[in-house]
Design a protein around this ligand. Structure first.
Ligand code: ADP
Ligand code: MG
Length: 700
């Protein structure tokens, strides 16, 4: 019945027909009644407001005027011919101008009569006028029509076929007039009541032709809620199914390795957030469910340690683990840290990267297979098929935003039974967004930094301040501290970027000469071994200044470095700046981040810099980043299925997302397969949505 109505082809709609239907399909992607109904206006023009002529001061907004025509004249010749009418209200007067259709307009205008005029002001020398405004004669004292007029987006082609915003409004109106009795409810009574939602039919009327602002608000609210609700319902259902299907190894013992490390090697107390997260991980791995968890924690919050503790639990239960990092430098550093921690515990670890020697590899491959090796740390090299384990129980991915979905799934296939998976990231995204985008992951958050960390002071400086910056470096180095100077390298092969880096290095070397100063340089064109050597020189304090490209962005840990200078800081994204800043402030000394730019900055670059100067909070920065770039840009296209929302905005409407998720969760708890009569409509709608979008929800 009703679905038949909604799936009616658009050509049967009054005023459309086969020819226009073709254009509507091709240009607007609208094939059915339902698609036309969900082609929502992107804004509304408020026709209930009357502007005063003297207050017109912008060409940005449409205005509605009420006044008397005081003069009508024609000017110009042929193509320059125009009709000019003077409109006057109590506050002033303005010219109305027509270049086209003069023959048609002129007889409808008379001097002395009252009109309602609607249009967008143009600026004309020092005053404003209205070109081709809409107009309507008014009876004296006739009330202004209170209504919000929909504005639809269109394309050039559709436009020229009469399907401009107005044309679309016209056919939509024809459809809306037929809705009565044809629009099935999609939500249960219970949820409708709880959320105080208006009926679906009313929603569709109001979203296109609002009777007033209040009702429009209600319509938008319901549409957003519904969009989020079904998205969350789908994600949660999928998660339940996955959990039932996938059984994980049970790590029930906390044994010798863990305890020895915890009691004798752990150099500091875990933060409460770390403790909580370790508990969550233990719970996942101990219960027979398959862990698939995202660990979010700001730069420097101590994720590595959480990873290590998890791997020790695996070891205590007789399983091997791997830890994969996005760069060789980072993998090497993890290895150094962990190797050091594990000394004397009897737990073995090894490093495997692209530059591991063949002979080393052979040993590693062997020891993985015979079980002598407990923990393997490395880069993408770990993904190669030749790397096989005796019994891989846990895979950890560090800085997961650097890896693709494909790589993550490859790790699963290392065993016939997939290992537990923990992915760690320092690019936090707001929780509701994370839950949606990584719908199949559980989420842990370390929302606390280890004690004693000092806030990093961030400064914005210009080229003219360079002498001051050098002086400052000099002072810090004299106090025994170390300095990073980072240059942007958008594309590693880009010649110019590389030249900037080299020029920078040379001028730095002149200003900070041997033998008092030693400089390191690291960039993408160097051999891995050379990079590694330079990094080590810096880490050991043999060099005081590290000039580098963003290869040092992730993870690198040199606690004695207290100054991070970022050249051309405007060229970096927010999360990258935050990551880079996170390279300092790792020891007990006060640290600084100096952002160097030109005077000329784009507005978004300025916002990024200001945000960095204002806050150290990774979550706040992530949120700002989302506002600037939008989630699609940040999370990549693989999640576009989730982010492809018609009306909801996962960032701006995050409260409603959370509400929708809670309600969907409660619903599934009470009625996991939606069998209850009261949830019949929901089940139907969900099935309908899945039928239409088979890929929907097949995420991450
Ligand atoms: P990230 O979360 O950015 O990966 P790391 O794991 O590299 O952070 O940790 C940053 C630094 O903090 C390391 O030097 C680590 O030893 C130290 N650290 C981690 N946890 C604690 C803690 N609970 N107390 C003190 N220092 C800690
Ligand atoms: Mg890290």
């Amino acid at each position: 019945m009703s679905h038949a109505f909604l799936s009616t082809s658009i050509e049967y709609l009054k005023g459309v027909g086969p020819k226009r239907a073709e254009i509507i399909k091709k240009e607007l992607g609208i094939y059915t009644y339902e698609q036309l109904l969900s082609y929502y206006p992107f804004r509304y023009i408020d026709r209930s407001k009357v502007h005063q002529i003297k207050n017109i001061n912008s060409t940005e907004i449409h205005v509605q005027l009420k006044g008397k025509i005081t003069r009508i004249s024609e000017a110009g010749e042929k193509r320059g011919k125009r009709l000019i009418a003077q409109l006057q209200d109590d506050t002033g007067s303005i010219e109305l101008v027509w270049f086209k259709g003069i023959k048609w307009v002129k007889p409808k205008l008379s001097v002395g009569k009252e009109y309602t005029i609607f249009g967008k002001p143009s600026q004309f020398s020092n005053s404003y006028n209205l070109v081709h405004p809409e107009f309507e004669e008014r009876q004296i004292n006739q009330p202004i029509q209170a209504s919000l007029q929909p504005v639809y987006s269109s394309t050039e082609k559709a436009n020229s076929s009469g399907l401009n915003s107005k044309g679309i409004a016209k056919i939509t109106k024809a459809l809306v007039l037929q809705l009565a009795g044809h629009i099935p409810e999609t939500l249960s009574r219970r949820i409708m009541n709880e959320m105080k939602l208006i009926s679906k039919e009313k929603v569709l009327r109001e979203i296109h032709f609002p009777t007033n602002a209040e009702n429009l608000k209600k319509a938008i609210y319901r549409l957003k809620f519904e969009e989020f609700f079904f998205l969350q319902l789908r994600l949660l259902k999928q998660k339940v199914v996955q959990e039932q299907k996938l059984k994980g190894f049970v790590f029930e013992t906390i044994g010798e390795s863990f305890n020895t490390f915890y009691n004798t090697k752990l150099p500091f107390e875990l933060t409460n957030a770390q403790k909580r997260v370790v508990k969550e991980i233990r719970h996942d791995m101990g219960t027979g469910k398959h862990m698939n968890r995202l660990l979010q924690g700001d730069v420097g919050s101590g994720k590595t340690l959480v990873g290590l503790l998890s791997m020790l639990i695996a070891k205590d239960n007789g399983f091997q683990s791997l830890l994969m990092a996005p760069t060789e430098i980072l993998a090497t550093q993890h290895y150094a840290t962990i190797h050091n921690y594990l000394e004397g515990t009897g737990v073995t670890c090894a490093l495997l990267t692209g530059s591991s020697k063949t002979s080393e590899r052979k040993v590693i491959h062997e020891q993985l297979l015979n079980g002598k090796l407990d923990i393997l740390i490395g880069t993408h090299a770990l993904l190669e098929d030749i790397v096989q384990f005796k019994n891989l129980g846990l895979s950890i991915i560090d800085e997961q935003h650097r890896f693709g979905v494909k790589q993550r799934s490859k790790l699963w296939k290392k065993n016939s039974i997939p290992p537990h998976v923990l992915v760690m990231t320092a690019t936090p995204i707001p929780r509701t967004l994370a839950m949606t985008v990584y719908g199949d992951l559980d989420i842990s958050v370390i929302d606390e930094l280890p004690p004693g960390r000092k806030e990093i002071t961030t400064l914005h400086k210009f080229d003219k301040d360079r002498l001051y910056v050098f002086k400052f470096m000099e002072k810090q180095i004299a106090e025994g501290r170390q300095v990073y100077v980072v240059y942007p390298l958008i594309d590693e092969s880009e010649h110019l970027d590389f030249k900037d880096l080299m020029d920078g290095y040379e001028s730095m070397a002149r200003r900070f000469p041997l033998p008092t100063y030693r400089l390191s340089i690291v960039h993408g064109k160097m051999k891995a071994a050379d990079k590694e050597y330079e990094m080590q020189q810096f880490a050991k304090g043999h060099t005081q200044i590290m000039v580098a490209t963003t290869v040092i962005e992730v993870g690198v840990n040199v606690p004695n470095a207290t100054v991070m200078i970022i050249e051309s800081a405007n060229k970096f994204g927010l999360s990258q700046l935050h990551q880079l800043r996170g390279r300092v402030g790792r020891g007990s000394d006060k640290s600084y981040c100096i952002l160097m730019t030109d005077y000329k900055l784009s507005e978004t670059a300025r916002t990024r810099i200001e945000t960095m100067v204002r806050t150290n909070d990774g979550f706040e920065i992530a949120e700002e980043d989302l506002k600037l770039r939008g989630p699609g840009d940040i999370l990549g296209t693989q999640q576009s299925g989730v982010l492809d929302l018609k009306i909801g905005d996962l960032i701006k409407d995050n409260k409603l997302v959370a509400t929708a998720r809670n309600l969907a969760g409660e619903l599934l708890k009470l009625d996991p397969s939606l069998e209850l009569q009261e949830n019949y409509l929901i089940r139907q709608q969900l099935a309908e949505l899945i039928r239409r979008k088979p890929n929907w929800g097949r995420i991450s």
